[in-house]
Design a binder for this molecule. Structure first.
Ligand SMILES: C[S@@+](CC[C@H](N)C(=O)[O-])C[C@H]1O[C@@H](n2cnc3c(N)ncnc32)[C@H](O)[C@@H]1O
Length: 273
């Protein structure tokens, strides 16, 4: 079993992945990437790094398992309820003035965040004229997201989050419980377009009024964070909003002067005109 991986060995693995699949993990925050690769190696029972590289380049199922293990997919509906409360009270009323509201959730994982947004848009009478793009690097996450199926065991926590975010409806009216599954209403899904997009390599693809990218940039190093921030800037309409995660900030980025802060606490910014 492999118990450690040197910097050069890790880079040689990342080079194989980039050449074979076009995914470039070189600018992910190195300490946490290494930690997750080592955890993966513990469960993969490989002889040495050469076998690791061989399996990655010749076995696409093995590669999918690797991606699933090294990207952090943790998410929740109405995660950080205060963030959603600010969205409801401050941002969505401003977006209501657009005839078509265009929103991008980058790094949407298994969809919990974008379905939460769809619920808020529905409650403000905005869902039908919204186009909500939800993207992720990981196709397995997108497949789960598209199914709109959550686990009923999580619904108790999500209901609490929803209430704390200012939700006034009966949260259980948004899903049908069947055995262990909570199936979200298909109406919520109708305005969401799920597709694969890699923040490292892919370009801007629309002009949005709101970009949400929460709990993704913390896994990138400063160089990549700056590049992605520039991508978000280029993807936003003038006066468009950018929402980051609680642990993320525009403060240290190269483009901080192109935004003003809307909520320091909730890391919501607005692009200058
Ligand atoms: C921790 S989850 C965040 C989910 C959600 N935004 C939230 O805050 O609840 C991070 C997501 O970023 C995705 N991700 C990682 N690298 C990416 C990249 N280069 N491009 C697009 N998505 C990426 C992962 O696949 C994962 O689904």
């Amino acid at each position: 079993m492999i118990s450690d991986i040197s910097k050069d060995e890790l880079q040689s693995v990342l080079d194989v992945i980039k050449a074979q699949y076009g995914y470039d993990f070189s600018d992910y925050a190195s300490a946490s990437l290494k930690r997750r690769v080592l955890r993966f190696l513990q469960s993969a029972s490989l002889k040495d790094i050469a076998e690791f590289r061989y399996r990655l380049s010749n076995d696409s199922a093995f590669f999918s398992w690797f991606v699933q293990s090294v990207t952090v997919n943790v998410t929740e509906m109405f995660r950080d309820p205060q963030f959603y409360k600010t969205m409801r009270e401050t941002v969505l009323p401003k977006l209501a003035s657009y005839p078509v509201i265009k929103i991008w959730h980058a790094g949407c994982s298994t969809g919990e965040e974008v379905y939460s947004m769809a619920i808020m848009l529905h409650e403000q009478g905005l869902l039908k004229r919204s186009r909500v793009y939800a993207t992720d690097i990981n196709p397995a996450n997108l497949e789960r997201a598209m199914s709109g199926i959550m686990s009923t065991s999580q619904m108790k926590d999500y209901t609490q989050n929803y209430i704390q975010s200012g939700g006034m409806e009966d949260f259980s009216s948004y899903y049908t419980a069947r055995y262990d599954n909570a199936i979200l209403n298909s109406e919520l899904r109708k305005s969401i377009i799920f597709s694969q997009h890699n923040l490292v390599t892919d370009a801007a693809f629309n002009e949005f009024h709101l970009v949400c990218c929460r709990n993704v940039l913390i896994y990138f190093n400063r160089t990549l964070q700056n590049r992605v921030m520039q991508l978000f800037h280029d993807s936003l309409a003038p006066l468009g909003y950018l929402a980051l995660g609680i642990k993320e900030s525009l403060l240290f980025s190269d483009i901080r002067d192109k935004f003003e802060s809307v909520s320091m606490l909730n890391k919501i910014y607005r692009r200058h005109r």
